[in-house]
Write a protein that binds this ligand. Structure first.
Ligand code: DAH
Length: 340
């Protein structure tokens, strides 16, 4: 009987080692250890043995079971290793393949225009100034020669925080702030930033928009410098063939004041849809700083003169990129923004 068990064990070993799948392994295992295994036959014959023989047989049977369990464990390990290797081979990563392209963000068109304007002015030796968006009436109006009750305040109706504080209606208050900081020293700054007005939103108006303010003060600054500066700026932005023209205008903080037009960069001044058939595009407001503004900020108008200007960034971006609705800038449509 023991001999039979040893034979059975050898057979089990060979069969177990030959299986190819986990499923087969389990089948073969129960074939040798399960209810229908040849082991049962051995067990039924046990009753005819002597006590001594039974004891010996018991040990042999346990050894057989242990051995078969052992073979199964070893084989299971081998099968598992095979599975892992097969998987590794199948899922091998080719590190020489190009990766998935990461779509990185691009600058917002308003940021692009702002940066372009900044670059141009930095190249001319200007500094970049900043000011708060929540501003005092004092700087937003009063010190710009717009006292309480001045009719020009009406054009810049705003959002008031309280009777003396409002969301700035233009970047011009930075003029007053910069002058107070630099008392009696020359100034050459631009200030880009957000401004607010109580305006109905439509294709060309928004209650929040962006401007770039410019201020130059010195003892020998003339209107010719203003013209040269703006011509340089507009040629850089809209092409070397551009010419500019000044039209008389009115701003309380400049005297004289001008509205600046640039010759249409699309039709070269002949007249087209972009320039509404008149060959010129209105682009910004400017002028020579009003003596009252200088005085209020502690500058002596007999010593200092200067010019100032204000550019609407949305308007420049709309012209430059051919955008027909200002609301495109603010609605965060990724299809629109990805074009820049
Ligand atoms: N602050 C004016 C506006 O928002 C624009 C402007 C005009 C600014 C003339 C200036 C300037 O500095 O000189 O309408």
């Amino acid at each position: 009987m023991i001999k039979k068990l040893v034979e059975l064990q050898e057979k089990a070993k060979t069969e177990i080692m030959a299986v190819k799948t986990m499923h087969n392994l389990n089948e073969v295992k129960s074939l040798y250890l399960g209810k229908k295994s040849p082991l049962q036959e051995v067990l039924t014959q046990m009753k005819d043995l002597t006590v001594e023989e039974k004891k010996e047989m018991g040990i042999a049977i346990n050894a057989f079971k242990q051995a078969v369990e052992e073979f199964v464990l070893v084989k299971r390990d081998l099968l598992q290793k095979d599975l892992i290797n097969e998987k590794l081979e199948k899922e091998a990563i080719d590190i020489s393949l190009p990766g998935v392209k990461f779509k990185d963000a691009n600058y917002h068109p308003l940021e692009l225009v702002t940066r372009e304007i900044e670059e141009i002015f930095i190249g001319m030796g200007y500094n970049i100034a900043v000011g708060p968006e929540v501003e005092l009436d004092l700087y937003n109006f009063e010190m710009l020669n717009l006292p309480a009750g001045h009719p020009a305040r009406e054009m810049q109706d705003s959002f008031y925080i309280n009777p003396t504080t409002l969301l700035r209606t233009h970047t011009s208050p930075v003029q007053a702030r910069t002058m107070l900081e630099n008392k009696n020293k020359p100034i050459q700054i631009i200030c880009p930033g957000k401004v607010y007005r109580r305006d109905d939103d439509d294709a060309t108006h928004s209650h929040q928009f962006m401007q770039v303010e410019g201020l130059v003060l010195g003892s020998n600054v003339s209107m010719a410098d203003l013209k040269g500066t703006l011509e340089y700026l507009l040629k850089k932005m809209f092409g070397g063939d551009r010419v500019i023209r000044f039209r008389p205008s009115y701003f309380p903080f400049t005297e004289p004041s001008v509205e600046v037009d640039v010759s249409c960069f699309k039709c070269n001044g002949k007249g087209c849809a972009l320039c509404k058939q008149n060959g010129w595009i209105e682009i910004l407001g400017a002028g020579m700083v009003h003596p009252n503004v200088l005085k209020m900020a502690g500058y002596d108008p007999e010593v200092f003169q200067g010019f100032a200007f204000g550019i609407g960034i949305e308007r420049v971006a709309m012209l430059k990129y051919g955008i027909d609705d200002i609301r495109n800038f603010y609605t965060n449509d990724i299809r629109f923004l990805r074009q820049f």
